[in-house]
Structures are given as C-alpha cells and as structure tokens.
Design a protein around this ligand. Structure first.
Ligand code: PLP
Length: 837
C-alpha cells in the first residue's frame, strides 16, 4: 500500500516542516543499514540512550532517501529535496502510523505472547496454514517496540491471515503493542519462572502481557500453569463485566493434561522419534502425532492444535499436517567451506522476509570480496512472479551481491529481472540435480556463499558439497549472544563514552574477522589487537575501524604504517624508533596511543618520563596522540578497590600533564570489562571491553545473570567400553576401576586445548545432560570419561565440554586457572562455527 507524505503527517499528528506533500511512501526504515528502497522509504530516526538515529539523516539523504520523520529542528537549506515531518517522539509516531495501517484490514490477526515458544508457534502456524491462507507474519522474532510496528507494516491487501508475536521488557509497553497488532485471536504460550527483569513479580508480568488480548474474540492457553490460569480468569471476567453483551465477548479456549478443559489431553505417548497425543474435544476423542518428543515441542504443537480446532480445520487435515511439522531453523550458521569459502546455510525456508534477514547477515561478512547467493524459487509469496523476482533483484543489488545462482523453474523464467544488474553474474538451473551435475564447473573460491532455498529443493545436498569435512570437535559461537552482551555493556556507559573492543588472541579464542565484522557492523568505536599481524589480518578481511596494536615490535612498523594500524607507544626508545620510520616518507600526524604505567608494572611510561615525553610529542609533526591510557591490575577484586582508585587518580594526574602539553585533545581510557561494571567513575572517554563480550560478568555486578553464553565446545563419543574390575584406563595406568566401569572415549585432548590438569577426576563433561568425570590422564587427542552412572549413552552421542549449562568458569575452577586461559587455549585445529539466532 502506498501512503503520501501529507497523509502520514496527519496520521502521526506531525507538522510538515518542508517538502512535497504528495511524495509516495511504501517502506519504513528505522535502521539506516537496512536501506533497500531509498526513493519510497520513510526514515524514522529512533532516539536511544547511545545512538540517536537523527545522526544518519545526512548519509541517507546522500543515498537518495527523501522522506524523514524528525523530532529535531532541520538546518535550513541542507536537504532541499526532502520532506520532513516533525513529531515529538519518533517511536510513538512509528507506532501511531502502523496502528492506523493495521486498522485498514479486516482479517483474522493472531497475537502470540508468553515466555517461551512464541517464534516456534508462529512459524508452525505458518507451516500448518500456508496452503489455506496467504499469511503475513513477523520476520524471525521481531517482537519488540520497534519490531512489532515493522512487522505489522508488512500487511498488504492480498493477505488473508496475520500472525505476529509480541514481547515486552517493561511495564506499560504492551498497551502500545496491542494498539498496533490488535489481535482478534490470542495465544498465551506459557510463563517462565526465571528472571522477571523489569517486573516486580510473575503476576505483574502476566498481567502486563495479558493487555495484548484486551480485544480478542478468543484466547488460547494451557491451564496447567496455576498462576497463569488464575490471572487469565480474572482478566477474562473483568473483560466480560465491561462488555455490553457478555455472551458475545471474549471466549477462552483452554487445554490441559490435568484438569477439565476444552481440549482435555488424556495421554502423551513418546516413542523413538514421534509423540502421539490423545485428547477429548467437545466430548469426542481426537489425536495428533508429531515428529518431536521434547516437552517444549509438545506444548507448542498443542497450542497450534487448539488454533486449528478453533478455525474449524477438519480433523484429518489437522492430523496430516501435524505429522509434517518440521524444526524451524532459528539460526543462521556461518561455516568454513571448500576452497577458502565461507558458507551461510539457510536452506530451510524461502520467503522475502527471511531472505532480507539472510542478506543482511551476508552483507556483514567482510572476509571475502565476492558474495554469492544460491537461491531457489520463492514459494507462496502472494505476489505475481514478475513482481516478486523484480523485488528480489533489487534486494541483491542493494546488498552488494556479486553472483547469483538461481535454482528452480520460476526463478529461471524470470531471469531477465537479474540480467540488467551491473556487477551481478548470474546462472540458472531448473533443479537442484541440474546444479549438482554442473557443480565441478562452477568454481567456488574465496567467496562468501549464502545458501537459501525452500525445503522442497533439498539444498542439504548442496551444503554437503560445499562444507568442509569438520573434525568432530567444534567450537560454536553464538553471534546473537555476543551482540546482546555488547549492548548490555553499552547500556552501562554514558552516552559520550566510546567503546574499544579487545579482539586480541583471536578475540579470546572465538575468531578474528568473524567477530571483528560483527563489531564493525554494530558500530563500536575502536578495536585492539596484541600484534601487528593480527591487525593486518583484520585489514585484509575488510575491517576499516581504527585498530590499536598493543605490542608493536619495531620489525612490524612498516606493516603498521602500510595498513593504517595505530601503535601503542610505551617507551621513549620506541617513540624515537617509530618516529624515525615516519620521517623518511615524511608522514604527518600518524595516530598513536600512549600507555602509562600506573601500578600494573607491565608496559608504559612512568611519572618521571612525562616531561621528556611531552616535549617530544609537542614538537613532533609526525605523530598525533589519539589516546592516552593505562591498565588496571585488579579491577575485579573488592579487596583491591583502594588500589584501583589510586591507579585511577594517578592516571588522571599523569594524563593531565600530557594534555596540558599538547595543543589538541586526546581520549583517555583505563577501564576493562570488570571496571565497566565495578568502577563506573573510571569510564572516562572510552572503555576497553574484553572478556565481558564473551559472557563473563562480575559476581554482584550490574550485569550478573544478564549476559548470555557465547561459546559452546562440543565433541562426540567415539567408543564405549566396559572395563572389568581392577583394570586401568589410559597412560600411566592412572585411571583406576576397582569395581569396573563403563567409559566413553571422546575426541578431544590437550592438543585441542583441554588442559591436562583436568584429568583424573578433576574435569567433567556433559553427556546426556549429566556430568561425567574424566578418568585417567588426558591424552593428546582424546580422553576417557567415566559414564557408568549414565546408562543411556551411545557411541556418536554429543559431549559438551563447556556451554550454557556448563560455564567456562566452572572448568577454570577445576583446572585451577582463569577463564581467559581456557578460552584462548582452544587450539586452531578446532573448527569454529558461527551462528546468529
Ligand atoms: C586484554 C586487555 C583488556 C581487556 O581486559 P578484560 O579483563 O578482558 O576486559 C583491556 N585493556 C588491555 C590493555 C588489555 O590488554
């Protein structure tokens, strides 16, 4: 649907500051990086505590955007061709606009909230009903104050059913979301016990979530959560009392495995890989079978079942479709692939919304110059093919894709949409088989490949051809968790404080450019590495952020200059050597960072050097001090807080002396992760985030329990053995089995970074979710676990070395070391797999 500026202005009760009233708007843009259709987009600058969207107006104007909301004054004459609508609060205006848009449609709209399962229920509803309705739904888990409006904005006249999920983090938010989604059918999935972040207690959280269902005709939920059930009954009675005709007001559609309910579940039979659920509905026996056996999936499926019953779907059809439910891919994975390629595998569904998300992820990858998309036909979009592939072509163009391999009859037929795009090479195949036959001739080399296809195209076959055989032990890195942690730390900073992220030692073992690309995308201000070659690797992979090098050896000065890296200077001798290097080519104002020693006694200038140092810096035309910094020795330790404060004071005095000597200003910084949490007064102009990014917070600090686990190290059981009483296990016969035992040999050893001290019962791993101790000495490539207490183990089973349920800090305690050593010790032969949820 197309809107005009004047109409939008009226809907959001804004004031048109300048520009044409009849400019068309079809797209909303709240993230400047996601621009696709400049000419018809309305930019909504969101004002956050750390970033103010208004700062991107200039850049977007350059790129052709001509319609803007703003809550600021506009400098006269700066954007002559643009229309500006001024409002008090841009986020509220976005919500008003989308609430208005929603009201143009009179189709069933399903609203889903609850603690867990929202996204799965939404995606399953889509799978179950896509052949009956043209459905619009939230992309991935767009369920926030900004995500919900953008989801609802996708509603178009061709849609027949809408499914949106809603999440909240604070009291008062749901009323806004309700006015935007205005669901006619409600599903409350469940309520978790865990953290009531932002809420007084569980009841307050439930009641806030219930606001979503104020106007629904029906509310579907499970009665087996006592608090949820009580709150819903109260809420429901309140609604009925207020209604003019209580008989026509809201209906509850309940299910329960324990109490009377509309859908009374009688039995849940789990076998190998299916679950059969029998129930009574309106007194009649009914059943479904689903290809899952975990409790979460069973609950999610029953919610969907209730919905289908409410919609009157015939029983045979319900049974058939439930049987066909599939796991929804909640994550995008980045893996190493053949010939130095990287592969993003998203071959589970294909629709425009998920294509946009996958292309954003592709665009963030800077490591290879070439970006390739292997794309199947897009099914069920509700658009005509010509229009659909025209839209896809525009997307590929905007996201800088260099090569398209189209697979399927429809995309092949519409090839003309793609041929005109400059810089895009295309080839097309009718089927996955046809592609596979030609695979050898297509030459994939040093590129990032996005594999995106509808399930029927069986792209697993292609991913098998592209993926490198991986050693069974992999380190999985959750990029979404990393971003979450970054934002948590940012939330503790004053708006003016900048963020440097320490990516030394392969970003604490998790990766180099993979992590740096993500940090660049999320606009941190600085990166820091230990050695010049780490910095060069980042530059080669397209990282353009400023990079500080902490140990710039004289032999690497030329590389530092050539690749625009910024050295840390910690002695007069080094200052002299580096300056000599800049003199010959007469380079001016090269950025450097001055390290002060305030008590750590590692590297850095001491107070007695300051006079000479200031003189040299002031006189040198070749150097420009970007920052002056120092490092804290014990910021994590409450018993050393006096010492930390002394370090802080000495730093301020020393850096003042330098500042007074120089005619320009520089940034000052001293805080590492622990200090960001524990010493907010030491934030200064910038902080240096390290281990915190990886999910390790300070006990008792403001982020404790708020960070997410980033890395999971997994391996597998290679062999199981029964050891007779009295025999021994492993080298040196250190593993004793006086009463006999069952052992599992797993594929990880000290050469992978599993510390040898963890042998002989000190270390444990998770097998079938239970802890099993290491028996005997750790070998180079393997070790043995005592699994006598876990009878269900089988060969090939997964073994978790560390992860969400077995934190690295536990391992570090067992080994008598610190998490840093464990993390950076995981050897490079362990393959890293990255994913985004
Ligand atoms: C590694 C490092 C940091 C980060 O320390 P964390 O404890 O991981 O936050 C900060 N500053 C310097 C100079 C470092 O070497």
């Amino acid at each position: 649907m197309e809107y005009r500026v004047a109409q939008i202005c009226k809907i959001v009760k804004g004031e048109l500051l300048q520009g044409a009233e009849d400019r068309p708007v079809t797209h909303l843009l709240s993230d400047s990086r996601k621009l696709i259709y400049p000419a018809v987009s309305l930019f909504i600058p969101i004002v956050g505590t750390h970033r103010d969207g208004h700062q991107y107006i200039g850049e977007l104007y350059e790129k052709g955007v001509r319609c803007f909301l703003t809550s600021r004054a506009i400098p006269a004459g700066e954007y002559p061709e643009a229309a500006f609508i001024r409002v008090k609060d841009t986020l509220r205006a976005l919500q008003m606009l989308t609430a208005w848009h929603r009201q143009q449609f009179h189709i069933p709209v399903i609203g889903i909230t609850g603690s867990n399962g929202k996204t799965v229920v939404k995606e399953w509803i889509y799978q179950l009903l896509e052949s009956d309705y043209n459905i619009v739904r939230s992309p991935k888990s767009y369920n926030s104050q900004i995500g919900v409006p953008l989801s609802v904005w996708q509603m178009q006249p061709e849609h027949e059913l809408a499914v949106f999920e809603a999440g909240i983090s604070m009291p008062g938010e749901m009323a806004h979301i309700e006015s935007i989604i205005r669901p006619t059918i409600g599903i409350f999935t469940n309520i978790g016990e865990a953290h009531n972040e932002g809420f007084l207690n569980v009841r307050q959280k439930i009641n806030e979530k219930l606001v979503l269902f104020t106007r629904t005709e029906v509310l579907i939920y499970c009665k087996d959560y006592p608090e949820l059930n009580e709150c819903i009954l109260q809420f429901h009675n309140h609604i009925r009392r207020k209604a003019s005709d209580p008989e026509k007001s809201q209906r509850l559609l309940t299910w329960s495995a324990r109490h009377e309910a509309d859908l009374r579940v009688i039995s849940i039979d789990k076998n190998e890989n299916h679950t059969r659920i029998d129930a009574l509905y309106e007194g009649q026996p009914v059943y479904i079978r689903i290809p899952f056996t975990d409790d979460g999936s069973i609950e999610n499926a029953i919610h969907c079942w209730c919905l289908l019953l409410w919609l009157g779907t015939p029983e045979t059809i319900i049974r058939e479709r439930m049987e066909g439910l599939t796991n929804i891919a909640m994550r995008l994975e980045l893996k190493q692939a053949v010939n130095n390629c990287s592969l993003i595998n998203d071959s589970y569904n294909s629709d425009l919304g998920s294509l946009v998300i996958a292309l954003d992820f592709l665009q963030q990858q800077q490591q290879h110059a070439t970006r390739t998309v292997i794309l199947s036909d897009i099914l069920q979009s509700g658009k005509r093919d010509a229009e659909l592939y025209e839209a896809v072509a525009r997307l590929l163009e905007q996201k800088g894709v260099n090569r398209l391999i189209g697979i399927g009859k429809s995309i092949s037929r519409e090839k003309n949409s793609f041929l005109g795009i400059a810089g895009l090479q295309c080839v097309f195949f009718d089927s996955t088989e046809a592609f596979a036959e030609q695979f050898r001739h297509l030459s994939f080399q040093n590129e990032t490949i996005l594999l995106k296809g509808a399930r029927v195209f069986a792209f697993e076959r292609i991913s098998r051809m592209l993926e490198q055989k991986v050693h069974q032990t992999v380190l999985e890195i959750n990029l979404s968790a990393l971003v979450h942690n970054l934002k948590q730390y940012q939330s503790l900073l004053r708006p003016s404080t900048r963020m440097m992220v320490m990516v030394k030692a392969f970003s604490y073992g998790s990766g180099s450019y993979e992590i740096a690309s993500l940090l660049q995308f999320h606009q941190v201000d600085y990166l820091a590495v230990a050695y010049a070659d780490e910095g060069v690797e980042l530059r080669r992979a397209g990282i353009t952020l400023p990079v500080m090098v902490m140990n710039p050896e004289p032999g690497t000065f030329d590389a530092i200059i050539q690749w625009q890296l910024e050295p840390e200077i910690y002695s007069l001798q080094m200052l002299d050597l580096f300056e000599q290097e800049l003199k010959k080519p007469d380079i001016r104002e090269f950025p450097i960072h001055i390290k002060l020693d305030t008590g750590m006694h590692r590297l850095g200038f001491e107070p007695q050097h300051l006079e000479t140092l200031s003189g040299l810096l002031r006189r040198s035309p070749h150097l420009r001090v970007k920052s002056v910094f120092s490092h804290l020795a014990a910021s994590e330790d409450p018993q050393q807080d006096d010492f930390t404060r002394q370090q802080g004071e000495l730093f301020l005095r020393m850096s003042d002396t330098l500042q007074k000597a120089l005619p320009y200003t520089f940034l000052r910084h001293i805080a590492n992760s622990a200090a960001i949490e524990r010493h907010p007064d030491l934030q200064l102009d910038m902080v240096r985030l390290g281990i915190g990014l990886h999910g390790l917070s300070q006990p008792g600090g403001p982020l404790h329990e708020k960070l997410h686990n980033v890395s999971t190290l997994r391996t597998t059981v290679s062999q199981l053995k029964k050891i007779p009483p009295g025999d021994t296990v492993g080298y040196g016969r250190q593993g004793k089995a006086p009463g006999g035992m069952t052992i599992a040999t797993v594929a990880i050893g000290y050469a992978d970074g599993y510390i040898r001290r963890l042998g002989n019962g000190r270390g444990h791993m998770l097998v079938q979710e239970q802890l099993a101790p290491v028996i005997g000495n750790v070998c180079m490539d393997m070790l043995m676990l005592d699994v006598s207490a876990i009878p269900e183990v089988q060969e090939g089973d997964e073994v978790i070395v560390f992860g969400p349920d077995l934190p690295i800090s536990r391992l570090a305690e067992w080994a008598g070391t610190i998490p840093y050593e464990i993390m950076t010790g995981i050897s490079q032969r362990v393959k890293r797999v990255y994913f985004q949820e």
